[in-house]
Design a protein around this ligand. Structure first.
Ligand code: EPZ
Length: 418
């Protein structure tokens, strides 16, 4: 068991390098198994547990993977299984992308239902609706999604809700369908665009990713390619908020500032200074920020994944803030932990009302999920005294070397193995 021990109160100064995007990488790795010829060389892969988990799953399907620093070489030419049913599959969310990848390449997939952060019901009905529209027969039996088709045929699919996972999963299967598929009401997140770019580098014909209509003309096969994963918008947002909360001046490097606009705009509204460079943003904050209202929305709106770190900052900002979590119905568990540190709030359904306090005080808390963990670390960094954050495994699923990166900015944080 590991925990993070934080002595709060230091301002943050210096530079932090942002890693490759988790939510792109966890889709690109499964997409790589669609190459029936050639090797995929993928760079800028984040060193996180969700990626390690996927690598083990992909190897169990008969692919060869070699890793060097942040790069992976994936040879899926001799894959020999369409069945992904292991503990790793059950433990993470991104494993569901194997359904689209296997169905596209082999017209058959057996994949256990995914796990991941417990932040709401997280159904997969829209994924299944898409696969069925392409001609697959899909059943869920004993916790396993079984999908098969004699052949996949392009279709017009209008998603009932905007879903990152369903958009990517159905897009993957449709790349190897016969004819044209049009996906409407799709997610526009940067990682959706990144996966489409990766598939196009493999020989797919996908147009429109980044808008709300994606048009896919099916091709016969996908082949290996060289690719580099985009920077992680959510990791960058987390360090931006930490810098704003702790005060000081932090340069967040290797980012695409455009992807961060909703976060930058909110921090500016609250009183922080943001200077955008070509591939960096500098966050400066010298005192207590003002309260703000936030509604989480699909991209380009304010990301739900940044809501939890942001609520820590709001808990010490001056005045009353209202958060409307419109994406996931159960993404406020971290507030109960924050309460142990002195935060004042009220939750009514999807609305959280936060009354900013003058200070938080160190306490023993846990990371109830991945981004909740980041929220608790930021709370520890600003709190008076010592904070222990337990359940660090949740944080390691999605933040590479988080304590090293914060220490590099002047934070007093260490990992202790008990
Ligand atoms: C992805 O989850 C991310 N996970 C999440 O990252 C992120 O919070 C979320 O997108 C929203 O941006 C991965 O990429 C692995 P959705 P996903 O499908 O795809 C409902 C993080 O912290 N829905 O866009 O599962 C769903 O319940 C995390 O990195 C259906 O009703 O999210 C939710 O209310 C956690 N039916 C909404 O849509 C479906 O078939 C959006 O979910 C699919 C989704």
């Amino acid at each position: 068991m590991e925990k993070l021990v934080i002595f709060g109160g230091n301002t943050l100064k210096g530079c932090v390098d942002i890693s490759g995007a988790k939510n792109a990488a966890v889709a690109i790795l499964p997409a790589a198994i669609m190459a029936s010829e050639g090797i995929c060389n993928i760079d800028n892969i984040p060193d996180i547990e969700d990626v390690h988990c996927l690598e083990r799953i992909i190897e169990s399907l008969g692919c060869k993977i070699s890793r060097e620093k942040n790069s992976a070489r994936i040879d899926s030419t001799n894959m020999n299984s369409v069945c992904a049913c292991t503990e790793d599959v059950r433990n993470m969310r991104g494993s569901y992308y194997l359904i689209g990848a296997l169905l596209g390449r082999f017209k058959e997939a057996r994949v256990e239902l995914p796990g991941g952060c417990n932040i709401g019901a997280r159904p997969v009905d829209q994924h299944i609706k898409g696969f069925e529209a392409l001609g697959a027969k899909v059943v869920i039996e004993h916790g396993v999604v079984k999908a098969e088709a004699e052949k996949l045929i392009g279709a017009n699919i209008f998603f009932d809700i905007v879903s990152v996972g369903a958009t990517i999963n159905v897009m993957m299967a449709a790349t190897l369908a016969e004819g044209t598929t049009i996906l409407e009401n799709v997610a526009r997140e940067p990682h959706v665009v990144d996966v489409a770019n990766f598939l196009n580098s493999m020989g797919a014909n996908i147009k429109g990713a980044g808008t709300d209509v994606i048009r896919i003309t099916g091709v016969d096969k996908l082949v290996g390619c060289n690719y580099s994963v985009i920077p992680d918008q959510i990791e960058a947002g987390t360090y931006m908020i930490a810098a704003a909360a702790c005060g000081g001046e932090v340069a967040i490097k290797n980012v695409i500032p455009k992807h961060l606009e909703s976060i930058s705009a909110k921090l500016i509204e609250m009183g922080a200074d943001i200077i955008e460079g070509e591939d960096s943003v500098v966050v400066k904050s010298s005192g207590r920020l003002k309260a703000a209202n936030i509604k989480t929305l699909p991209y380009p709106g304010f990301p739900t994944d940044v809501q939890q770190p942001m609520s820590t900052l709001l808990s010490v900002s001056e005045g009353r803030s209202v958060i409307n979590e419109s994406i996931f119905e159960n993404r406020y568990k971290h507030l109960d932990e924050l309460k142990k540190m002195g935060a004042e709030f009220k939750v009514e359904g999807r609305i959280a009302i936060i009354d900013g306090v003058n200070k938080l005080t160190g306490a023993i808390v846990k990371a109830t999920d991945l981004r909740a963990g980041a929220a608790m670390i930021i709370a520890g960094l600003i709190a008076e005294g010592v904070t222990e954050v337990h359940n660090v495994e949740s944080i390691d699923r999605g933040y590479p070397k988080i304590e090293d990166k914060f220490r590099g900015l002047g934070a007093d944080i260490k990992r202790i193995t008990e």
